[in-house]
Design a protein around this ligand. Sequence first.
Ligand SMILES: [Zn+2]
Length: 95
Amino acid sequence: MKEVKALDALLEFVFAMAFGVCLIIGVFLWPFFILAVVDLAAYILWNRKLRCPSCGASLESFGLLKNMGKGFNCPSCGEEIFVEPLNAGRDKKDE
Ligand SMILES: [Zn+2]
């Protein structure tokens, strides 16, 4: 089964939120506009990472987080994709 990482979905979500927050604060404190631009760039970068491994359709980060640790079907091509949980790497190291 193809898989995507929940961590990437979480980061994309955080960058999107940070962009919105920095944009609002930037109205009062202009240096935050620079942060907002950096967040936007990071968001676009991660948005490109979060694509269906099979057909390349972009996947919604919030939807991925909801299906963390489970499989779901790509809305575009129907390919089953597994969402690797956040602690997947850490669990392996502990054992
Ligand atoms: Zn697909």
